[in-house]
Ligand binder design. Structure first.
Ligand code: SF4
Ligand code: MG
Length: 314
């Protein structure tokens, strides 16, 4: 099948004083219908900016995003309105993203008002249906966000994102703010909804611990650049890029035989305003060589469907 989303050399730079902050610096990615692509990297790696630019919450500096073959930045108003229904976002912090003065009914009903979709009794029925779909009690329709737990609030956020029958959802760290015990429940809910409704996801996360269970493929980013892309299983079994290896080494693995040696990265992600020359990861890379300071490693397919940008493989 053809991709639902095609991201082509997408760049998003911000101006800070008289300098450029390259938050996303050349993203290329196809996402197929029904697929989940995990997007992983530490905070400050450009994941959220990438997600927001892909769904046009931000205008790109350059590059294109095609949705069903159509450029999402070049659409007229009618097409944009359709796009805004079919492309949704679930946010990281369900508390901050829900208006505390609105009831659940008003929160989930808001998209219908914005898009002049449903009203009256039909709307209320649909809101109840959405509550059931995300596993919430329909008796709680008049309650306010603070009356719910973190996991329940995220379910409300998901119900709102589902209101207009979307096709593509960017989930921006939807489980990072939740207790570990609740994370799996929300991931399972997202998987179940995907199956029922034929949804396509971009699932953003800052570590690799839960991503495997939801993603078909995983893309790892570092300082605005793509560093590795592979099928989930393949990425976990044979990570190529030193950054991916470090991220994976900190994932808790119950079986001691499979445990990896912990790789502790030195320091934090450098400022994207003044990134290192050559490979942007070289200041923290345990395998850095002379060439890494001089040349930008090229993105290449090292094994079928498994891509990375690192001088070790060139
Ligand atoms: Fe490390 Fe060099 Fe590979 Fe960059 S290109 S990840 S510095 S080995
Ligand atoms: Mg973020």
């Amino acid at each position: 099948s053809s991709p639902l989303i095609q991201v082509k050399d997408l760049k998003k730079y911000f101006t800070v004083g008289n300098k450029k902050l390259k938050a996303v610096d050349g993203l290329n990615l196809d996402i197929y219908p029904g697929e989940t692509v995990g997007l992983v990297g530490e905070s400050g790696c450009g994941k959220s900016t990438a997600g927001r630019t892909i769904i046009r919450l931000y205008e790109p500096t350059s590059g294109e995003v095609l949705y069903n073959g159509k450029n999402i930045y070049g659409n007229n108003e009618r097409e944009m309105s359709k796009l805004r229904r079919e492309i949704q976002m679930v946010f990281q912090d369900p508390y901050a993203s829900l208006n505390p003065r609105m009831t659940v009914e008003e929160i989930i009903g808001e998209p219908f008002a914005i898009h002049h979709a449903l009203g009256g009794k039909k709307k209320k029925e649909r809101i109840k249906e959405l509550l059931r779909l995300v596993g919430l009690n329909t008796d709680h329709i008049s309650r306010f966000p603070h009356e719910f737990s973190g996991g329940q609030r995220q379910r409300i956020g998901i119900a709102r994102a589902l209101a207009l029958d979307p096709k593509f959802i960017v989930c921006d760290e939807p489980i990072s703010a939740l207790d570990v015990s609740i994370q799996a429940q929300v991931v399972n809910l997202l998987k179940e909804l995907q199956r029922k409704m034929g949804l396509t996801y971009l699932f953003i996360a800052h570590d690799l611990s839960m991503v495997k269970y939801i993603s078909d493929r995983i893309l790892v980013m570092y300082l605005g650049k793509m560093v590795e892309l592979a099928d989930s299983e393949e990425l976990y079994e044979d990570p190529l890029h030193p950054y991916t290896k470090a991220l994976l080494s900190s994932v808790p693995i119950p079986d001691p035989e499979l445990r990896r040696e912990r790789i502790i990265l030195k320091g934090d992600v450098p400022s994207p305003i003044d990134p290192p020359s050559g490979c942007v990861f070289r200041t923290r890379c345990p395998a850095a060589m002379d060439v890494c300071a001089k040349a930008v490693p090229e993105w290449q397919e090292v094994k079928p469907g498994h891509f990375t940008a690192c001088h070790l493989y060139q």
